[in-house]
Each structure stands twice: as C-alpha cells, then as structure tokens.
Design a binder for this molecule. Sequence first.
Ligand code: PMP
Length: 354
Amino acid sequence: MSAERKWESYIRKVVPYIPGEQPKEMDIIKLNTNENPYPPSPRVRKILEDFDYGRMRLYPSPDAEILVDAIAERYGVKPSQVFVGVGSDDVISMAFMTFFGSDKPILFPNITYSFYDVWADVYRIPYRTVPLRDDFTIDPQGYKCENGGIIFPNPNAPTGVLESVDMIEEIIKANPDSVVMIDEAYIDFGGQSCLPFVEKYDNVLVIQTYSKSRSMAGMRIGFAIGSERLIKYMNDVKFSVNSYTMNTVTQLCGAEAVRDEEYFCETVGRIIATRERSKKRLAELGFTFPDSKSNFIFASHKDKPASEIFEELKKRRIYVRYWNKPMIGNYLRITVGTDAEMDSLFDALEEILK
Ligand code: PMP
C-alpha cells in the first residue's frame, strides 16, 4: 500500500473478529460454527408462508414488542426486563457499549469467545484476561479484584466447560459494583441457567441466543434478561445508535419459535444424545476433551496434531474449527451434528488416524 494519508491517522483502526468459514458449497459436513443441524420449529415456517410481503413497506416495530413479550412469557420475567438484538453478538456489543464505561479494566477468561477482546478494542475499553485453571475451569479468585465489569460464557467457548451456578454466584457476590454478564449461548444443552440471579442482583445480565438451541442462526436473534434498570440503560444506548435493527419477519418468527417448547425440547434432546455418543467414539479414537455441556466438543488427539487432522478433514469435505493460538493450538472444536454427520466424521477420523 502507498504511504498513509493524513485522514488515515484519524481512523478507528481495529483488528476484526474472524468468524468461522461459511462455505458456498452445500455438500460439506459443516461442524465448524456450532449451528444446529435441525431446522427451526415448523411453526416458524407457517409464519413465513403467511407473511404479507406488503408489510415490508413499513418500518419494523422499533421495540420488537411481539418478540420481547414472547420471550418474557417463556422465561417468567417482565417485558421491561428483556432486551432483544440482531444475534447475541449485537446484544453483547450493545452491552459492552452501555455498561463498560469505567476506566478500570473489564475481566474475562484468557481462553474464551474471541469477540470479547475485539469489542473491548473497538470501544476503547481497557481489559485484562484471567487465566483459566489447567483443566479449563474458571477460578473465581481471579474475579475478586477491582474491575470495570465482568463477562464470561457459561458453558465457556470454545472449551464447552460448564460452571456451577454456585461458583458464578460467588463471583457475583464479590462484585456488587460491576455489571456481571453471563453469556449463555450454549446453556440449553445441559446447563443450569443463571436467570434466577437477575431477580436477586440488579447488576447481573444474562444473554442468550436463538442461533444454537433454536436453530435460527440465519435469522439473527439474541436477547438479554436483567433488572429493569439495566435493560433501560441498554435501550437508551440502542435507540441512540439505530432504532430499527430487527426486521418484522424476524420479530414474528422469533416470537413463534419461543412458544414451541415441545419442538425445542425434542431437538435439544437429540443433540445431547448425539453429543454423548460422540464423546464415547472420540475417546475410542484417542481424543481427550474437557466434558462438554454444549453443542460442541473441544478435542485434542494423543498422537496427531490438531492442525493436521483439521486439514485432512477439510480435504474430505468435513469442516471443524481450529485456532492456531497459544494453549488451544492442539485442539479441534467439533460441532455436534446429526448422527449421520457424526458417523461420517468418525469414519474419516478412523482413516486419518490409521
Ligand atoms: N457467545 C458465544 C460464546 C458464542 O460462541 C457465539 C457464537 N459465535 C455468540 C455469543 C454469538 O452468537 P449469535 O450472534 O449468533 O447469537
């Protein structure tokens, strides 16, 4: 590139987050971005079929009350305790902008969702990472110091490790002066949610998504539940940036999806069953992994480097996620797909590891 222009010195320069690959071909076994292998609730399909396309003429509801009300009803909270956004990435990003305005560093684990440090950088929020223990669990002691806020996923990503609500409450109790955010993107696959804490502590925000357990990654729906006080602050920021973030079709589909509890339980149950079977097969193939309570398994092979397995799988049109980074460079994050997809993966692994 040519020499830097004067105007370039005024730019907010950032190193962006790199999302998992979204291949164009359809014949790939895609186990790299923790999507759900099953379609969304059939009730969502009906909403799409019945949608009057003439409504696109009009702006969507800025406060998405149909969706907010349906989520509030499902989780037993007031609509004024629910914030919705375009995927939980949008919700977390808004929450960073709203709550992490202190000049003290915010805290999150050293191995975690790799968007947190990117948002901290883009919003100029100071941060400090807290090392996980060797077994990838969170050490609550690391969160008992002065800070400008706290965030971690439960279960953590990309490890899949679930923390107990008691340990999380210990962190919350030690931090009455900070907003504590629990990113529960994967909680529905076997974890206990921290949602009850939002009634007990007005500084706790719990964030969830439709992208995993509700099979709607492509619709982009995420939500946060917290005290009315927290949610009001978030809405004030959101309406100061862009009021019409979520389109009408998405609002309607999201409301209908969250009402279909039966389908939700059935598909989540299927993924849990496939995950448990997959753990056995991976162990037989010589992999070790922290126990996962999510829809992915973070696995390392005793002999073959993860980078080589990753490339070999790719040649066979099976995509998993690999990061060439310290501490996790010998792990593969494998999304739990259908039983048939996992069987193809195990056949390929058997061949690669022969
Ligand atoms: N949090 C964690 C821990 C995640 O792994 C993801 C998925 N990349 C998200 C949040 C964001 O998901 P979405 O924006 O699709 O709701």
